[in-house]
Design a protein around this ligand. Structure first.
Ligand code: SAM
Length: 305
């Protein structure tokens, strides 16, 4: 790195705040700016990523993780929304020759960036589930991802079938990755100190994960739409509202799909493993064509159901 003197003290919240204020900036709550000031946690996250070559870093902030990645010889494509931080990031890291900044909202910009095999992000709560869902549904896959999110969201992402945290985001993540919670981070690891615990999740791409049938993603959302209802009931609702019913009634068609997969309609979605969602989506396709009309408009529910 050519400009080490410009780097702030990433291990001290007050020092980071002063450093930003000297540059006319403040810490912005609206963008979930809680910076990771715990140096051993930063090192452990990058160790877990175990990246070679190119990394996407989501939400660089003042560069706490960026500096660690660059110091280990990686090439970093960083995404940052805060227009005040962007010129500072470029000033600090562009001299390395291994840093590219994509300015703006990552939910809108990620498709413009050159793909990388690894992703690291201390994700703001407001976008975490939505962003991860977008990547998976749009089949933007990584060899490995390490993301730090609110602990509750991490538990849902990594939850096995039948557990209390198992939800649509669990199925979505498990459709392409195996997940492991590698670390819980208490609030004082961040500055400003948040009100909740965080956890880091490591996602490893599953070799040979099946290609999702067209109805797979809308079906996951539909079957978790009402947790108290049975799979048969949620499936019927999906058939009615998707406008794909053919000659049969929704109840008859749902029964035929369930029978074709050999599963009981009385089960609730929270008990079904991801393979069953694959099987149901494939069976459904036989009856109602492709799922292209049922693409999601919003995925915020996946962090909260
Ligand atoms: N990487 C730094 C760290 O670990 O300390 C900062 C993490 S902070 C929790 C989240 C960062 O994401 C902030 O810098 C924030 O400005 C940025 N951010 C929030 N929403 C974003 C969005 N929609 N697109 C891109 N960056 C965003």
């Amino acid at each position: 790195m050519n400009s080490p003197l410009l780097l702030p003290d990433y291990n001290s919240g007050p020092a980071l705040r002063s450093w930003l204020e000297e540059r006319g900036l403040s810490i912005r709550k609206q963008w979930g700016q809680n910076f990771l000031i715990n140096p051993s946690a930063r090192r452990s996250l990058v160790d877990a990523l175990d990246a070679k070559g190119e990394v996407w870093e989501i939400g660089s902030g003042p560069g706490c993780m960026t500096a660690e990645l660059l110091n280990r010889g990686m090439r970093v494509t960083a995404f940052e929304i805060d227009p005040g931080l962007c010129p500072i990031l470029e000033e600090l890291f562009a001299p390395s020759g291994r840093f590219t900044l994509i300015r703006g909202d990552v939910l809108k910009t990620w498709k413009t960036a050159q793909r990388a095999p690894y992703l690291l992000g201390n994700l703001p709560y407001t976008i975490a589930a939505l962003f991860m869902g977008n990547l998976i549904e749009d089949r933007c896959f990584f060899t490995r991802m390490v993301v730090t999110v609110q602990k509750e969201v991490a538990l849902r992402m990594a939850a096995p079938p039948g557990s209390k945290d198992y939800s649509s985001i669990s199925v979505l993540c498990a459709s392409a990755y195996t997940m492991k919670i590698i670390m819980t981070l208490k609030p004082p690891s961040f500055y400003p100190v948040p009100h909740v615990d965080s956890a880091a999740v490591c996602f490893e791409k599953r070799a040979g994960a099946p290609f999702p049938p067209p109805f797979f993603y809308p079906l996951i959302r539909a079957l978790f739409a009402s947790r108290r209802k049975t799979t048969a009931n949620n499936l019927q609702n999906f058939l009615v509202h998707s406008g794909t019913l053919k000659e049969k009634t929704a109840a008859e068609q749902a029964a035929a799909v369930l029978k074709g997969c050999g599963i009981s309609g009385r089960e609730r979605a929270e008990k079904l493993p991801p393979e069953t969602f694959f099987a149901l989506a494939a069976e459904l396709e036989k009856y109602v064509g492709t799922g292209d009309d049922h693409k999601r408009t919003d995925r915020k529910d996946q962090g909260t159901d």
